[in-house]
Ligand binder design. Sequence first.
Ligand code: HEC
Length: 86
Amino acid sequence: MKKIITIIIAIVGVALYTTVNGCKINQEIADKSGAQLWAENCRRCHNAPDPNTHHPENWVTVGMHMQTRAFITDRERDKIVQFLQQ
Ligand code: HEC
């Protein structure tokens, strides 16, 4: 019986630890600025594009196009697009 309780406590502990840590990482991503996400995600394949290369409206289209390539979330894409539109 004691063994089972120890095992359960260990499993709950690991589950709690990964949940809390997972949220911490998500929070870190959520706290990132558009400029940071742009620098980190958009130069994996090519140089991170200069905000001046496209008209603000067109960045929305480029953002959607590149989201499928960069595997970023909608929020990350929105932040990057907002940064590029400035
Ligand atoms: C997985 C690789 C990859 C990633 C990551 C990536 N791109 Fe691209 N990008 C490409 C390729 C390939 C092309 C050229 C072919 C095309 O347009 O599909 C391109 C073309 C472009 C162009 C030129 C085409 C145009 O419409 O002017 C822009 C601007 C651009 N990417 C912006 C971005 C931005 C912003 C990000 C970050 C959110 C990004 N890219 C992330 C692969 C990538």
